[in-house]
Design a protein around this ligand. Structure first.
Ligand SMILES: Nc1ncnc2c1ncn2[C@@H]1O[C@H](COP(=O)(O)OP(=O)(O)OP(=O)(O)O)[C@@H](O)[C@H]1O
Length: 281
């Protein structure tokens, strides 16, 4: 199979509102792919189309090589979904939440302790969910999504509103799952998260992909031809052009022993998004 996900010219309309406009992209098996955009850009709608919770108005959607609009048990057995409205049973324990979920979804329960161990909740398995912190609840949601050891995992804002240390824990877990063979499609507002975690990202604005590629390639593509220089006895950064004249200037500062450091002015993903769309995330 070439692509694990393939969208071709997909549109999604809600009455007169077009949420997704002519969207085309492919994801290869083994990737961690980030879908980035501000609120209302169409991220959740895309995940819902890819997981057959919504039907596209037009275009072709293939997941694991199959048309997602034709129901197939095989495909659903191989995908996991963590959505923004994943609900847990507050009065059940961690373990019972997982077992109940496995029961109603026909998923093998044998993995439950192993998965709880992976998300760091094994010691809390007898705790009622209402007594868990937000981060622990999110880890349990993730445990539920990966209980079937999916080949393809969809995560809608997996770390939004989590504290930085829980975010790091979730990232570790996602990298581990990815190493073990799970392809991950995630949405986020957080450009730093995407930069650290994803092999490739797509920038989404008003239902359209405006840029797609490896974070490092995107940053290189939009780099500015300027260099930031820090000089002795000068508290301010000096910005010079990355050209012959700038080179001669740097040379002169070096000869006089004035040069403390040189930095390329590579923009971050957030700045590039702003430049492309005029919108902040
Ligand atoms: N069921 C629906 N009926 C009408 N409009 C909808 C529906 N679902 C989504 N929309 C609209 O489609 C657009 C995209 O929504 P979507 O939820 O996909 O955005 P998002 O990028 O996931 O935003 P957020 O980060 O806030 O979750 C928005 O303008 C939204 O109001």
């Amino acid at each position: 199979m070439d692509s694990i996900i393939s969208m071709k010219n997909v549109c999604k309309k809600f009455k007169d509102k077009t949420a997704i406009k002519n969207m085309t992209f492919d994801i290869k098996e083994g990737e961690i792919f980030g879908f980035l955009g501000p609120s209302g850009a169409g991220k959740t709608t895309t995940i819902k189309i890819l997981t057959a919770q919504l039907i596209a108005t037009s275009g072709q959607v293939k997941v694991l090589g199959k048309d997602i609009h034709i129901p197939s048990k095989e495909v659903f057995k191989e995908i996991g979904v963590l959505s923004d409205n994943s609900a847990l049973y507050e009065r059940l324990t961690v373990q019972d939440n997982l077992l109940f979920y496995a029961e109603i979804n026909g998923v093998n329960k044998k993995n439950s302790d192993e998965i709880l161990e992976q998300v760091g909740l094994l010691e809390s398995k007898k705790k009622e969910v209402k007594k868990l912190s937000k981060g622990m609840k999110q880890r349990l949601n993730l445990a539920r999504a990966v209980l079937n050891k999916p080949r393809l995992l969809f995560l809608d804002e997996p770390t939004s509103s989590l504290d930085p240390s829980t975010m790091v824990e979730i990232h570790k877990l996602l990298r581990k799952l990815n190493k073990e063979g799970t392809t991950i499609f995630l949405t986020t507002h957080n450009m730093e998260e995407a930069d650290k975690l994803c092999n490739r990202v797509a920038f989404l604005n008003e239902g359209e992909i405006v840029e797609i590629g490896k974070p490092s390639d995107i940053k290189l593509k939009y780099r500015t031809e300027e260099i930031k220089v820090i000089l002795k006895n000068n508290p301010q950064n000096v910005i010079i052009k990355n050209d012959e004249e700038g080179g001669a200037q740097i040379n002169a500062w070096m000869k006089k022993g004035q040069l403390l450091s040189i930095h390329s002015m590579e923009p971050n993903l957030e700045q590039i998004f702003l430049r492309l769309t005029g919108r902040e995330l």
